[in-house]
Design a binder for this molecule. Structure first.
Ligand SMILES: Nc1ncnc2c1ncn2[C@@H]1O[C@H](COP(=O)(O)OP(=O)(O)OP(=O)(O)O)[C@@H](O)[C@H]1O
Ligand SMILES: [Mg+2]
Length: 275
């Protein structure tokens, strides 16, 4: 494949190369996005599309700019340049809380559970605004926020059942295994009922026997209609879950397509897939 086919042209729609026929309208479009840290271009002109109902993989060597790009898409870091649109609306200037309200939720590379809260409490503190905390909610009275809380507890228990963690509901989150903490992180994001879930290495620090289980849950979420962008170093899981897969190196997209297509490209294999 020629080098021009590996790098998207500035401003043009990137080829998805998914081999799945006509691609649907992207949920998110990212054009020429940059993020600089004191002159260093951590993200250097990235243009990608996130297609609805798919799990898109984002891979690349350490320091490639994957987490930085995820942070820019989630709004936790402002972009230094370029545009991000979501459902056709330019959201480049939107802060993270506004994006979250519109369904874009991220998880972090390092687990961030509250160790001294129970598993159920960890999910409840992630729940969206409680009406009881607003002036109007407070004036309307207890029955409103009790109803909210009941709904949230029910939703949290539904998630715990779905992720086979109901038995752990009352245990401190700090006592869980690495894999269970990762699941808590994903469930906390799901409490916010996202439409686009941005996952930063959800399988890192997880016992190999649990990795397949996490993959199965992610497939279930995808099959339920959730759109996911996942940064991950576990390439066999990326291969199982993701189409398309985007490869970054030194802040740039150096290729995208299915894992099978990427394995045929020498530049990408040399840059990342081996050694
Ligand atoms: N807050 C920051 N301040 C300065 N430099 C940063 C900051 N965050 C990231 N960088 C730098 O930006 C580059 C990209 O980092 P980033 O964390 O996005 O890489 P990554 O692809 O997620 O790597 P890894 O696979 O190791 O998680 C690195 O050189 C990193 O040192
Ligand atoms: Mg990272």
């Amino acid at each position: 494949m020629s080098p021009s086919a590996l790098e998207p042209t500035a401003g043009s729609a990137p080829a998805t190369g998914t081999g799945l026929g006509v691609a649907p309208q992207p949920m998110m479009t990212v054009r020429n996005v940059e993020r600089h840290f004191e002159g260093m271009r951590a993200v250097d002109g990235v243009s990608i599309d996130i297609l609805p109902g798919r799990i898109t993989g984002l891979i690349g060597p350490n320091g490639a700019g994957k987490s930085t790009l995820l942070a820019v898409l989630a709004g936790t870091l402002p972009a230094s340049g370029g545009t991000v649109t979501f459902d056709g609306t330019d959201i480049t200037e939107w802060p993270a809380w506004r994006r979250a309200r519109h369904g874009m939720i991220r998880t972090f590379q390092l687990p961030s559970e509250f160790a001294e809260l129970t598993v159920l409490e960890n999910l409840l503190v992630a729940a969206p605004n409680h009406r009881g905390e607003s002036l109007r909610g407070a004036l309307l009275g207890r029955r409103y926020w009790i109803a909210d809380e009941r709904r949230e507890v029910a939703r949290a228990r539904e998630l715990l059942a779905r992720f086979s963690l109901s038995a752990k509901e009352s245990e401190y989150a700090g006592s869980l295994s690495g894999g269970q903490k990762r699941l808590i992180e994903i469930m906390r994001a799901l409490m916010l009922q996202p439409r686009l879930l941005l996952l930063d290495e959800p399988m890192s620090g997880v016992h190999p026997s649990i990795i397949g289980e996490i993959a199965r849950y992610l497939e279930g979420l995808r099959d339920g209609g959730l759109t996911i962008l996942i940064v991950e170093h576990e390439l066999h899981m990326i291969e199982r879950l993701c189409n398309p897969v985007i490869v970054m190196a030194q802040g740039k997209v150096i290729g995208q397509g299915s894992m099978i297509e990427l394995r045929r490209q020498r530049e990408i294999v040399d840059a990342y897939l081996v050694g």
